[in-house]
Design a protein. Structure first.
Length: 382
């Protein structure tokens, strides 16, 4: 299929290419860290684009010997020139940028050939004009969904990958991009080598995509295991101080009210000295398990040091009732009557009443906890 080079076709053909390039670069820009300001990046992209497209048109007009007639899609090979150009505009690992480029280029290339197929079926006389209209309509329907997927999901996945998995994913997206290009040519030209190449590439894409899914799934499982190790206290199997800080920041960002409770086990040093550290560890673990059951869905408990815990609590029950009366009388004595419960010190801080940041809330809760302990018996009894 060969289209002529009338002024109208050149103008709308250029608009088709510019629209593709704009969408590609918009997606890349939203997913990568710029080296320059937004306006400088936009200006450099515009200058580069308006230098590339006229040059491409001149090459196209050199004749059919190069098999670059408008409409056969080979003009879109100039898109490869944007790969090193993106390396100049954006910071970060090269493979990450190439993977993003391949992904968004595959989408726009696929949209282009849907437009070609639809216009061809309609046997339009104003081919490039109608291609521009059809392509623009497809972008309006699906473009924002694709860009949102890349920014929210694809980039999130890239952020969790090792360098080797990132390289492998780049290879897979690159082969898919080449497959779409070969497929488009096979649609337009009746060459056996194109059909054979397409069949081989589709098979390779299927195998590599499965391998990529397997590797990424294992990588996600490993990431979850590492996160659990990083955020979990080994003795009590509670979240630790690091996870506490993360969860508090999330709550502060939501600006929902909550209570921050500082809890300190009474007489732990004396328990260790009198009964041994193994007994003391069992006492801590038992205290934590019983407290978690009593807090229920209204609270999260974190172990922040040897005998200190912090709770994020959104319920209405008095915490002293939970940790003193209920813990002593309901759960503890029912299951461990031979292990004496020595109680704990409790300090509360209310957000936003007692502070609007994490440090202020922890400071108030810690001070109230020590005030509560000062009112407890001063002598340890076996």
């Amino acid at each position: 299929m060969i289209f002529g080079y009338s002024a109208q076709r050149i103008i709308f053909g250029s608009l088709v290419a510019i629209e593709m390039i704009f969408f590609n670069m918009f997606t890349v820009d939203s997913c990568c860290q710029r080296k320059y300001s937004r306006w400088v990046t936009a200006l450099l992209t515009a200058l580069f684009t308006f230098a590339i497209i006229p040059s491409t048109v001149l090459v196209l007009k050199m004749g059919t010997r190069l098999m670059l007639e408008t409409g056969n899609g080979l003009v879109l090979l100039v898109g490869w020139l944007y790969v090193p150009f993106c390396q100049l505009l954006y910071s970060g690992r090269f493979m990450r940028k190439v993977s993003i480029v391949f992904t968004t280029w595959s989408y726009t290339y696929f949209v282009y050939y849907i437009a070609v197929a639809l216009v061809t079926l309609c046997e339009s006389q104003n081919i490039m004009l109608h291609m521009f209209v059809v392509q623009s309509s497809i972008y309006l329907i699906s473009g924002m969904f694709f860009a949102r997927f890349v920014k929210r999901n694809y980039i999130k996945m890239l952020n969790t990958l090792t360098i080797s998995n990132e390289f492998f994913l780049t290879v897979v997206t690159g082969i898919w991009f080449i497959t779409i290009m070969i497929g488009s040519q096979a649609f337009m030209f009746d060459f056996i080598w194109l059909d054979t190449s397409l069949a081989i590439l589709v098979g390779a894409d299927g195998i590599l995509s499965y391998v990529a899914y397997y590797r990424l799934s294992n990588s996600e499982i490993r990431k979850e295991e590492l996160e659990k190790l990083a955020y979990t206290d080994a003795l009590c199997q509670l979240n630790n101080r690091t996870k506490l800080y993360i969860d508090i920041k999330e709550l502060l960002n939501k600006q929902d009210s909550f209570k921050l409770i500082y809890v300190d086990i009474n007489w732990l040093k004396n328990i260790n000295d009198s009964y041994g550290h193994s007994y003391g560890d069992n006492y801590i673990a038992l205290f934590a398990s019983k407290a978690v059951k009593l807090l229920g869905e209204s609270g999260k408990m974190y172990r922040v040091s040897g005998d200190e815990f912090v709770c994020i609590y959104t319920g209405t029950q008095e915490l002293k009732e939970i940790f003193e009366l209920a813990l002593r009388n309901q759960l503890w004595m029912d299951t461990h009557p031979t292990i004496k419960y020595y109680g704990c010190g409790i300090g509360e801080a209310h957000y936003p009443k007692d502070g609007d940041d994490m440090d202020a809330l922890l400071k108030v809760a810690d001070a109230n906890m020590y005030l509560d302990k000062s009112n407890k018996p001063k002598r340890f009894e076996l």
